[in-house]
Design a protein around this ligand. Structure first.
Ligand code: SF4
Length: 354
């Protein structure tokens, strides 16, 4: 997926002249093997937005409340069939005890996510959110497919459901489950998951309900450069309309099942994506790198290629193999050693104050 002939450096200057990159120009950038110029331009863009001295981090616990799921994504090894004997759903007591543990460890937010489990009533979610919020932690919860299917099951619109969940304590919704937002890739990844249009519409509904969040890409399968361009264009278009994506996080697929082909994403290819995303997503304020998925060395380079945040620390993660930071001290040390002043933030990106 490279094109060595084209000099893309004039394109990389467009954002600095106040001009928007077109999707066809992003395509050229993502086909270029001049990754050092792309990463350097991404870093310049990060400096003009956020300065080059500070990098931010946050502390949250993931609570995977159930692994029963009826969606069947081909890459997922987390789920268990509905009614299977191996699956689990956490009780409200277990959720509360995990929340209290997270609070004691210094977290200020819970990331509440699970499978699409049609056996859970709406009251399960509202009780859980009330419990988490009653201990003073921010509730970032569900993903577009969980929201959408719950609204369907409860026979209500997504905006009506969001109002109920918000009233119970929901504070933000991550743009999880996007992977690659194109028709052809969604057929391969998960035909039963949301279409790209449904995903965008649901995130737009969240934004309009005052529930901001993140968005991501997960690449390193059989996607083409056109899939990558389409995906990033849909995110930018959605952000133009509803403006609730606070950050973008580029991830790569991890090997989870034999049913889904993944390929090795080279380090430079990942950094090219970080830089290109920083330049193209001109309406999304922050770019995060995930130490959990990519490891420390690549995350450190990501902070010099357009990213300004490491998203960590993450306490407890059951879906992916984690290479992440587990303690507050580890996050501060990682960023200091990488050459930045570490600043803790809330999930809202406001500065965190003890
Ligand atoms: S990725 Fe999420 S929606 Fe897909 S099968 Fe796994 S748990 Fe279900």
């Amino acid at each position: 997926m490279t094109n060595t002939a084209k000099d893309i450096r004039p394109l990389l200057e467009k954002p600095f002249a106040g001009l928007r990159l077109e999707p066809r120009e992003l395509r050229e950038i993502l086909l270029s093997d001049d990754w050092t110029s792309i990463a350097a331009a991404g870093h310049r863009d990060r400096i003009r937005r956020h300065g080059g001295r500070i990098a931010t981090w946050t502390a949250f616990r993931v609570i995977n409340y159930t692994n029963f799921c009826n969606v069947d994504c081909s890459f997922c090894s987390f789920k268990d069939e509905i009614e299977s004997e191996r699956g689990y759903t956490l009780s409200l007591q277990e959720i509360e005890s995990k929340t209290l543990e997270a609070k004691a460890l210094g977290c200020d937010a819970i990331f509440f996510q699970g499978g699409v489990n049609p056996n859970l009533p709406l009251s399960y979610y509202t009780d859980a959110f009330r419990s988490i919020a009653s201990h003073g932690l921010h509730v970032r919860a569900l993903s577009p497919v969980e929201v959408f299917r719950l609204a369907e099951k409860e026979r209500m619109t997504v905006p009506a459901l969001l109002e109920i969940l918000k009233e119970a304590g929901l504070g933000s919704v991550p743009g999880a489950g996007a992977e690659i937002l194109t028709d052809s890739m969604r057929q391969i990844l998960s035909p039963k998951k949301l279409t790209w249009q449904e995903w965008c519409q649901t995130m737009g509904d969240c934004h309009q309900a005052g529930l901001p969040g993140s968005c991501n890409i997960v690449f390193g399968s059989s996607e083409t450069v056109d899939d990558l361009v389409e995906h990033l264009t849909y995110l930018r278009d959605q952000q133009d309309k509803t403006g609730g994506f606070l950050s973008f996080v580029p991830w790569t697929f991890q090997a989870q099942t034999k049913n889904f082909p993944i390929r090795h994403v080279r380090s430079w290819e990942y950094l090219r994506m970080v830089g290109a995303a920083r330049l193209f997503l001109d309406n999304i304020p922050h770019i995060e790198v995930s130490i959990m998925v990519l490891g420390r060395e690549l995350a450190e380079l990501g902070l010099y290629s357009g990213a300004d945040d490491i998203s960590s620390i993450v306490i407890e993660e059951n879906v992916l193999a984690s290479r992440g930071l587990k303690t507050i001290r580890a996050a501060e040390r990682f960023l200091s050693e990488a050459g930045f002043e570490p600043h803790r933030r809330k999930l809202s990106y406001e500065p965190w104050c003890a």
